[in-house]
Design a protein around this ligand. Structure first.
Ligand code: GLN
Length: 206
């Protein structure tokens, strides 16, 4: 049993599904939406939903700077889809003035897969997760356009023109996926976060 309290940012998006996936991994997971709650957790999950809305609400509820600071000072954080956008340092096709928490040295493109294929599912090889392949659900998903040297690509997808785009990345204590493992009932990506990122960091603090 890993002794971390994981908060799921509960401003908008598929909060309940992430809490379920984390609970299935045996961790203490709860919805967080106040400063006090966010100060208490030892790790954070930012759900899928709408990145512009989550960012606006974080700013409106005065959580933006606290979350940015906690991420900067090493809190393990996992973002799926909108959550990936919110962890990215740079966003293409953002709305005007769109803020992110940042932390991962990468450029993501919002809604990158285009209208005709807004939503689809596929099987992906995910570095660090053994067979079978991970079923990945993409819903108006971003992809990663470029990453800095500190960022490890864990999964990629090939687009219609044959180009590869990262759709899962890790940068130290931060993990992000373009897709939604919280919607498939397969909790191996959450387990990867809990066991390889949260536990590793909890362990390294002695
Ligand atoms: N397109 C959404 C955004 O920009 C993300 C979609 C999702 O999280 N399923 O935030």
């Amino acid at each position: 049993m890993v002794i971390v309290k994981i908060g799921v940012l509960a401003l908008q998006g598929d909060v309940r599904e992430h809490i379920q996936s984390l609970s299935d991994c045996g961790v203490d997971a709860r919805a967080v939406k106040t400063k006090e709650e966010i100060k208490e957790i030892s790790a954070l999950v930012i759900p899928g939903g709408e990145s512009t809305t989550i960012a606006k609400l974080a700013r409106a509820f005065d959580l933006m700077d606290l979350i940015k600071d906690r991420i900067k000072s090493g809190m393990p954080t996992y973002g799926s889809c909108a959550g990936m956008i919110l962890l990215s340092d740079v966003v293409k096709d953002a709305i005007q003035g769109q803020e992110t928490f940042g932390g991962i040295d990468m450029v993501v493109r919002r809604n990158a897969f285009g209208r005709q294929v807004d939503s689809f599912e596929t099987d992906l090889k995910f570095k660090g997760i053994t067979e079978p392949a991970v079923r990945a659900v993409f819903i108006r998903a971003p992809w990663v356009e470029s990453v800095g040297a500190s960022v490890e690509v864990l999964a990629e997808i090939t687009d219609a023109t044959g180009l590869k785009h990262p759709v899962a990345v890790r940068s130290g204590h931060l993990l992000a996926t373009s897709f939604h493992p919280e919607l498939t009932g397969d909790n191996r990506v959450h387990r990867f976060f809990v066991e390889n990122i949260c536990r590793e960091l909890a362990g390294s603090k002695g």
